[in-house]
Write a protein that binds this ligand. Sequence first.
Ligand SMILES: CC(C)(COP(=O)(O)OP(=O)(O)OC[C@H]1O[C@@H](n2cnc3c(N)ncnc32)[C@H](O)[C@@H]1OP(=O)(O)O)[C@@H](O)C(=O)NCCC(=O)NCCS
Length: 194
Amino acid sequence: MNSFQEGISSQERPRQKLTIRNPKPTDAISVHNLIRASAFVDDNSPYLYLLVCSHFAKTSAIAERNGETVGVISGYIPPEQPDTLFVWQVAVDPMMRRQGLARTMLKSMLLGEACKNVRFIDTTVTADNSASRRLFTSFANKLDCPLNESVLFDRKEHFLNLHDSEHLLRIGPFSIAPLANEETNNPTKELETS
Ligand SMILES: CC(C)(COP(=O)(O)OP(=O)(O)OC[C@H]1O[C@@H](n2cnc3c(N)ncnc32)[C@H](O)[C@@H]1OP(=O)(O)O)[C@@H](O)C(=O)NCCC(=O)NCCS
């Protein structure tokens, strides 16, 4: 039995502060467990999540409650696009969805020092992932900037029919000023970011 299976659900635990922070290498296995439990996100090796939680920690975020990882967004700045945050995987514990957590993690990443030159977000979504599409469409609306869509990795050409096409959503150019000025929209009033 792995640590994810042994975990007590967030519902059974007393409510404690929700913290959003950059991940550390010691978070990699709980991040991996959250990814494994989520539909629409590809599972990868524990080693890959160790790289996310070390090399890409400053451009990634996790949400933690009661010592449990309840949300993650992995991202990086592509070497040849220093003005772009590429958002790779997003996952929120099913018990914590629709409360603004993914949006708040994204905002926290953009407000970090590592993203100070970022003016665009790139991410990819499959055609059928309405929750993910809604997250990024809504984020672009709040930033009051364009969102353009194109196929980045094609089912036939790139995935040899082993995976659905990944559509690139490019958000921007934007200024992060509106984000810096707004109050947190997370209804869990105890939210802390660090
Ligand atoms: C996609 C996902 C990360 C969204 O997380 P979340 O914390 O529930 O998202 P938020 O609460 O921050 O919502 C952001 C916006 O998306 C909307 N939204 C979120 N889930 C939605 C859904 N299932 N249907 C419609 N809209 C949805 C919210 O209403 C909100 O819009 P608003 O700002 O206009 O009110 C979460 O559903 C998830 O983990 N899904 C499984 C993994 C996945 O699909 N990851 C993306 C591919 S890598």
